[in-house]
Design a protein. Structure first.
Length: 144
């Protein structure tokens, strides 16, 4: 596990770039953290690292946003998704074969999801102040 401290949204984006340096096409990033902790800012850093100039926004209502770059980024928000059937209905599993990196918010809503994902890592975000965060990167070999 690697631990980072962020004191601003800009620092969170930079931490996202650092985490992106560990990733490759086909990987899945499983975020955990309360609403408003900076998951979208981390995704912005990952997308920028891979050459995207797209506007990175939360996929809360769209469920998935796609960002084009050297490696495509698929940013999912599963807050309103509760079952594997729901994932099939939104086409989630189709993205596994598209050669991109999947950044997945609220994956803990579907505990069995992790068993379907290769190349997964975890990112835990804990709010420690108004603008401060502890961000923990957990590589696949350290995930339970």
């Amino acid at each position: 596990m690697e631990r980072f401290i962020s004191d601003s949204p800009e620092e969170t984006v930079e931490i996202g770039k650092k985490i992106a340096s560990y990733l490759k096409a086909g990987d899945c990033v499983l975020y955990t953290g309360e609403m408003g902790t900076g998951k979208t800012h981390l995704t912005k850093g990952i997308a920028e690292y891979f050459g995207s100039t797209d506007d990175v926004t939360s996929p809360t209502f769209a469920l998935v946003n796609e960002y084009e770059g050297d490696v495509p980024i698929f940013h999912f928000d599963l807050f309103r998704i509760n079952t594997l059937d729901d994932l099939y209905a939104i086409g989630f599993f189709d993205y596994l074969d598209r050669g991109g990196i999947m950044c997945i918010e609220w994956s803990e809503n579907i505990p069995e999801l992790a068993s379907y994902l290769d190349g997964r890592c975890g990112v835990n975000i804990t709010k420690t102040g108004d603008n401060s965060r502890v961000i923990e990167y957990i590589p696949q070999e350290e995930l339970c």
